[in-house]
Design a protein around this ligand. Structure first.
Ligand code: NAD
Length: 461
C-alpha cells in the first residue's frame, strides 16, 4: 500500500513508523520544514528534539529510505496513493470547541492537489486526528467541493498513550475504523492486515460518526475515572484519620469491574488530549442541549487537583512560599516523554511563582529543553526565576521545599538525596506519591505532604 501520513507530530510520526514496519510505502509529510529535515537524518538526537518516544528511533532507523520517506512536498507524492492519514493538530478554542483551522487548511490543500492527480485509483482520506462528531462528513464535503474523484472518507481515531506509543502501535487494544463503503473498509483492512483477525486485538468496523464518538467517550471516561480517584479517593485519604490510600485503592480495584489504571491519585492528569477532548465533548453536547454537568465536574476536579497540594501546604502545614526556593522534580506531563502539553508542572510552577517563590530549581530527565520553551521569560517575566538542572541532586540542593510533579521512577530514591543535601525544616510535596520511605523522612523531622494522605511531620514552618 502507498500511504501518506499528513502531519508528523506524536501521532503522525508513530503511525508512519509503525506502518513502514509492516512493509507499506509510507510518505510522512509535514509543512514544518525543520521537522522534516531533522527526521530525514534518521538520527535519534535530531528526531527526539521533536518527538521522544521509547523505541521510535529504532523503527525509523530500520525503515527510513526503504519504506519510510519524509517530505514537505505533498504534490510530489500523490500519485498511486491508497490512503491518506490526517494527523493534524486540533487544539481547543477559548469556548472549548475544537479549532479546525489546521485541519481545514490541510484538507483544502489536499483536495486541490488530489483533484488534479492523473491516477484515478480509489483513495481514502482518514481522520486520525481527534475531531468532532461529523468531521469525516465535513471532509467529504471539502473533497466534493474540489471535485476529487474516486475517494472515500474514514475515521480511524488514535488511542496511543505517549511514553508507550510504539508498544501500543505494534499491539493496540483495538483498531476502530469508521467508513461508509466496503471498498474503503477493504483498503483499511489491508493497511491493518496484521490486526484484522488478531486473537486479542479488537478490530471494530463501524460508521465514521461512531468511530469519532468512540474516541471522545473513551478519553472523557478515562479523565472522569482519574478525577473520581482524585476528587473522592484522595480526599477521603486526606480528611479522615488512619486511611491508607494505597490499601483503599487495592481494596476497591480488587473488583475485576474496577480498573487499576487511573486509580493512582496524583496532582492531576496532563497531556495534549484529556483536557481539550473533554472540553470539546462538552461543547458538542451543549450544542444538542444535553446536560454536561458530569463532564464539567471531571474537568474541574482535574484542573483543581494540579495545584491543590500547594494550597494544602499553605493551609495544613502553614508553609509560606514567599521568598522561598522550591525544587520541582518532573516537568513532562508523564514519565517517558519530553512532552509538556497541559502538564501539571506548568500550573504548579505558575502557582509557586504567583505565591512569591524566589527561585524554582527544576529538573526533568527529558523535558528540560521543552520547559525552557514553555517557560519563556518573554511570555512572563516571572519565568526568569526558573533554573534548570541536570539531576535531582542539583535541583534539591539549596532549596526550602520540593514538589514532585511527574512519576519518573528515579524519584523513588529521592529521600536519600534530601537527607544528604538539605536539613529540616524542609517540606516535601509529593504529587505522585513517589517516596516509599517517607516515614524515615518524617522520623528525621522533614515535613511530608502527599496527595491522598494527611500532612505528616512538623507542621510549623
Ligand atoms: P502535533 O501538534 O504534535 O503534530 C501535528 C503536526 O501536524 C505538526 O508536526 C504540524 O507541523 C503538522 N501540520 C500542521 N498543519 C499541517 C499541514 N497543513 N500540512 C502538513 N502538516 C501540518 O499533534 P499530535 O499530538 O500528533 O496530535 C495530532 C492529533 O492526534 C490531534 O487531533 C490529537 O488530539 C490527536 N491525538 C493525539 C494523541 C497524543 O497523545 N499526542 C493521542 C491520540 C490522538
Amino acid at each position: 500500500m502507498k500511504i501518506i501520513v499528513l502531519g508528523t507530530g506524536y501521532v503522525g510520526l508513530v503511525h508512519a513508523a509503525a506502518c513502514s514496519e509492516y512493509g507499506h510505502d509510507v510518505y510522512a509529510c509535514d509543512n514544518d520544514v525543520k521537522k522534516i529535515k531533522a527526521f530525514s537524518t534518521g538520527q535519534p538526537e535530531q528526531i527526539e528534539k521533536f518527538v521522544n518516544e521509547p523505541g521510535l528511533c529504532n523503527i525509523i532507523r530500520e525503515t527510513i529510505d526503504r519504506y519510510l520517506f519524509f517530505t514537505s512536498d505533498l504534490e510530489s507524492i500523490l500519485e498511486g496513493t491508497d490512503a491518506v492519514f490526517m494527523c493534524l493538530p486540533t487544539p481547543p478554542n477559548l469556548d472549548g470547541s475544537t479549532n479546525l483551522t489546521f485541519y481545514d487548511a490541510a484538507a483544502e490543500t489536499m483536495a486541490e492537489l488530489f483533484a488534479k492527480r492523473k491516477d484515478r485509483r480509489r483513495v481514502v482520506f482518514i481522520n486520525k486526528s481527534t475531531v468532532p462528531i461529523g468531521t469525516a462528513r465535513h471532509l467529504q464535503d471539502i473533497m466534493n467541493k474540489h471535485r476529487v474523484e474516486n475517494f472515500g472518507v474514514a475515521s480511524n481515531p488514535e488511542f496511543l498513550a505517549e511514553g508507550t506509543a510504539v508498544v501500543q502501535a505494534r499491539r493496540p487494544d483495538r483498531v476502530v475504523v469508521g467508513c461508509d463503503h466496503e471498498e474503503d473498509f477493504n483498503i483499511l483492512r489491508r493497511v491493518y492486515s496484521q490486526f484484522v483477525h488478531h486473537v486479542r486485538i479488537k478490530y471494530i468496523e463501524t460508521s465514521p460518526e461512531t468511530a469519532e464518538a468512540i474516541k471522545y467517550v473513551a478519553n472523557t471516561m478515562l479523565l472522569t475515572y482519574i478525577s473520581f480517584w482524585n476528587g473522592v479517593g484522595a480526599k477521603i485519604g486526606e480528611k479522615f484519620p488512619n486511611i491508607m490510600i494505597d490499601d483503599l485503592r487495592l481494596g476497591v480495584t480488587a473488583d475485576d469491574r474496577i480498573s487499576t489504571w487511573g486509580s493512582f491519585v496524583s496532582n492531576g492528569a496532563g497531556g495534549s488530549c484529556f483536557g481539550k477532548d473533554i472540553a470539546s465533548l462538552i461543547n458538542q453536547l451543549r450544542r444538542v442541549n444535553v446536560s454536561t454537568k458530569m463532564l464539567e465536574a471531571s474537568y474541574e476536579v482535574n484542573e483543581f487537583q494540579k495545584v491543590y497540594l500547594i494550597e494544602r501546604a499553605a493551609t495544613e502545614v502553614d508553609f509560606q512560599f514567599n521568598n522561598k526556593t522550591i525544587a520541582v522534580l518532573g516537568l513532562a506531563f508523564k514519565k517517558h516523554t519530553n512532552d509538556m502539553r497541559d502538564a501539571s508542572s506548568i500550573k504548579v510552577i505558575e502557582s509557586l511563582l504567583g505565591k512569591g517563590a524566589a527561585r524554582i530549581r527544576a529538573y526533568d530527565p527529558l523535558a528540560n529543553d521543552t520547559a525552557r520553551e514553555v517557560f519563556d521569560p518573554k511570555k512572563n517575566i516571572l519565568f526568569e526565576k526558573i533554573d534548570y538542572f541536570d539531576n535531582a541532586k542539583e535541583a534539591i540542593e539549596g532549596s526550602d521545599a520540593l514538589f514532585i510533579s511527574t512519576d519518573w521512577e528515579e524519584f523513588r530514591g529521592v529521600s536519600r538525596t534530601i537527607e544528604e543535601l538539605v536539613k529540616p525544616p524542609f517540606l516535601v510535596m509529593d504529587g505522585r506519591r513517589m517516596i516509599p520511605d517517607y516515614e524515615d523522612l518524617i522520623a528525621k523531622n522533614y515535613t511530608y505532604l502527599a496527595v491522598g494522605s494527611m500532612a505528616m511531620g512538623p507542621m510549623e514552618r
